[in-house]
Design a protein around this ligand. Structure first.
Ligand code: ATP
Length: 231
């Protein structure tokens, strides 16, 4: 059980963005998906979530196909971010939680709990566009997990953030995993993956070139002449 991707391929016309990708993420694991710009991380996530039809292959979560749309079981932090700039933070988070079947009173409690946790309780009544990029990213993370999904997919959750905000997001994500969630996140940076994950894959131009435990992957770096841009 858990997340199983088997031979997933995505072609855009003649271009193969993801080529015959397979991976297994056990329930309760934190899984890192490492790759440079254009490696195919977002395309893979969109296939996993059923937002993009794969050209070949299958994806299952606990043995069933995934439909992200309005599913309470799945959470997603998209790379292109998806907040409504003019909507107030609490209003927006409660609305998104409701779409995923959480009752309003519980959603409100969760919003306040998370805003407290990120030390920004006073943001509840602010419009999203009034917040800094780092604070918008906290709100985006809350939006992805407020409804308590069992599978959480995070596309570059730490990109462009300062170290303090990265630390806050990491600790929130780790706590969420401890509550039982399975988490997959993408990154350009080995240090983030190494710190948080059990297993990982490295994607290069659409192909998995290395996968396994962090320790095995690190041991293989030398042998495989891995060319990953770390920034
Ligand atoms: P980044 O970190 O830059 O987001 P990524 O690893 O997420 O990179 P993808 O966004 O999945 O990479 O893109 C993989 C490749 O597929 C890129 O070459 C991209 O230009 C191409 N691609 C993605 N979406 C489309 C599309 N709709 N049509 C054509 N090509 C696409």
């Amino acid at each position: 059980m858990g997340l199983k991707v088997e031979n997933a391929t995505k072609k855009f016309g003649d271009f193969t963005a993801v080529d015959n990708l397979s991976l297994v993420v056990e329930r309760g694991q934190m899984y890192g998906f490492l790759g440079a710009n254009g490696a195919g991380k977002t395309t893979t996530f969109r296939m996993i979530l059923g937002l993009l039809n794969q050209t070949h292959g299958t994806v299952t979560w606990n043995g069933k196909p995934i439909t992200y749309a309005n599913s309470p079981e799945i959470g997603y932090l998209p790379e292109e971010r998806g907040l409504y700039p003019k909507m107030r933070v609490e209003e927006q988070l409660v609305y998104l939680a409701q779409l995923r079947k959480m009752p309003v009173a519980e959603a409100k409690r969760e919003v306040h709990k998370w805003l407290e946790r990120f030390e920004v309780p006073h943001y509840a009544s602010k419009k999203v566009e009034e917040l800094s990029k780092g604070n918008q990213q906290k709100i985006q993370l809350i939006a992805s997990l407020i409804h308590k999904p069992s599978l959480l997919i995070l596309d570059e959750p730490f990109s462009g953030l300062d170290p303090v905000n990265v630390g806050m997001l990491k600790s929130a994500i780790l706590d969420f995993q401890k509550q039982g969630a399975t988490i997959v996140f993408s990154s350009h940076r080995m240090d983030h993956v190494e710190e948080l994950c059990d297993d990982m894959s490295i994607l290069d131009r659409g192909k998995v070139i290395l996968s396994g435990s962090i320790r095995d992957a690190k041991r293989s770096f030398g042998k495989h002449n891995v060319r990953i841009k770390m920034d």
